[in-house]
Design a protein around this ligand. Sequence first.
Ligand code: ADP
Ligand code: MG
Length: 715
Amino acid sequence: ATLSMASNVETMKRKGNSISIDDGRKKPRIIVQQRKSLPIATVEKELVEKVQNNQTLIIVGETGSGKTTQLPQYLFDAGFCRDGKVIGITQPRRVAAVTIAKRVAEECDVQLGQRVGYSIRFDDMTSGSTRIKYMTDGLLLREALLDPFLSKYSVIIVDEAHERTIHTDVLLGLLKKVQKVRSEYQKVGTVKTNDGPLSGKENGAQSASFLKLCQGVKFPPLKLIIMSASLDPRMFSEYFGDASYVYIRGRQFPVNIYYTQHAESDYVDAAIITIFQIHLEEGPGDILVFLTGQEEIEAVEGLIQERIRQLPAGNQKLVAVPIYSSLPSDQQMKVFMPVPDGFRKVILATNIAETSVTIPGIMYVIDPGLVKARTYNQQTGVESLVVVPTSKTQAVQRSGRAGREGPGKCFRIYPENEFAKLADSTVPEIKRCNLSNVVLQLKALGVDDIVGFDFMEKPSRISIKKSLEELLLLGALTDDYKLSDPIGHQMATLPLDPMYGKALIVASQFNCLEEMLITVAMLSVESIFYRPREKLEESRIAMKHFSSPEGDHITLINVYRSSDEFLEKIRIGSSKNKILKNLRKWCEENFINSRSLRHARDIHSQIRRHVEQMGLCIASCGDDMLSFRRCLAASFFLNAALRQPEGTYRALANGQVVQIHPFSVLFQAKPVCIIFNELVRTNNNYIRNVTRIDPLWLPELAPQYYANKVEISGT
Ligand code: ADP
Ligand code: MG
């Protein structure tokens, strides 16, 4: 498939001054210059005044204009952190929170974790002296569980609001309430509310617990700033009682857009061809390629390396650097590092590079026009990850990344007439995902009436109802839909999906929490097994060493335990670097994805700490995998499926027809009854992470759900 540069549509004609980004960072003087040259720098004073004069402010500015990195510093300098208060900035994505905090720490010339820090799930880089705190939107929601008034913050900046992640939407509702209560406190010195900002009983007497919360806490009014790249600010403005909004102009050079002549059957291949066409035929400048996820990025990384080796020595100066959310954080900053003189960098990114992070030096963008998104089937209540076409807004954002420092080029790997068919913008996540997680959190925050909650856009009643039912079945709610004690509270405390939280609690009763901790950690990362296209057979053989006839969960435990044993052997007397290097080699030999494994090991130690704090009993079932499988059945009973005569499966919860994914160890065996953890929709409904169970366990271990299901109790 060759890519022809058919049409030549010029978009985005606004011009501005050229800036030269010097890659020799670490030199504060250059950083000072860079900061001054950002578009936002010219309006620092006005912005600070706006924030001072408005309770809520909406800021719309082009990507790369300096909103995320600069505004918090301006506010810090303007005294918004007096009395030890903190400026919080939320991001939808982990990588953005981490890389931007690192950059800002560098700009402020402070150590990361001191004045500037970040906090994301499973990784906290803050201290008592942190004043500018980057975090994920999900994390701030969790903080509200412990500190319902978010009392340590003077300013909260909700960044990337246009993304409309489910956490952003819930957070906006929460912040609106908190802001109101805090300004009431400001007026009268006390707040008339019963037990928290969200209880809705605003006229009740002050409860003892609330007074205790207020004791010694001085609430400054809460400043809210909603920030985004491309959005219509009116909707946000209306939601926040006609809040003011400002635009920050960016600079944008023209970007030529090229399309393919025909639809490409293999966009990965077409992308690689385009990378090398640019590399061999175009002038200097780095390339940014938008891909859908870790697995795809790693495959492309491998293919690029292979092609480079086939080039004549003089043409080999190309370096591929990946960036995606589960990349170990010490590797994330590599995209910002300069490459040696004469080399060209090709950045392989998920849509993290669309608006969240701006990487200097990009002149070429390759956009297959796809993105991995959560979708939710309202009827079945099942959520899955699907690769879908981007919206027009996303496509325009992506191409814009090529024109930040000079005129650029964007290659869309689809025909021009496809562009017109794209949706204008993306549907907010709250309308297309499973709500169980946020419903649980809202309940824990004291919001009992979920339907009545002041969402900017209400999720459908039916999906709220589905989530309430699911939480009821998991035992997180009582019959009258209140948070149950202790299970509901414990589940809300764990930074995990309700089903995984439940699994840990159940496992402590089945004496196999050791095994479940490993399982949940391994399930929390993408693709533990490394399966390069050109070595599929070898990787299949390597996987056999670990595979268990009982299913993928135990197979994952085997991988984890083998890595434990290996580390045990080499640990003594080795430096940390040496251990890492050896682990990487071990992973390579065993076709294990070392990045994923490291990430899983990290998550494991974090959740282990959580369950220890909760006082759960951490025991191992040893070789008794029968009780572990029973525990899986008791935890994931909502994801059980029965084999049908033709070899497909029928999900018991909703009748959906599904198939075991070819990568599962049970792909051939096809046992009668299974539980699974993930549904991937491509042309088929594939289920991944599958384990064999006995169908009779279901009515025994989950009678609340299966007692009356004839098909099960009958067999
Ligand atoms: P916005 O939020 O308006 O999109 P940012 O504040 O994220 O803009 O980025 C402002 C500038 O800072 C950009 O030019 C970007 O390239 C630069 N920048 C951000 N992070 C880094 C980093 N880690 N290394 C080098 N430059 C960075
Ligand atoms: Mg930003």
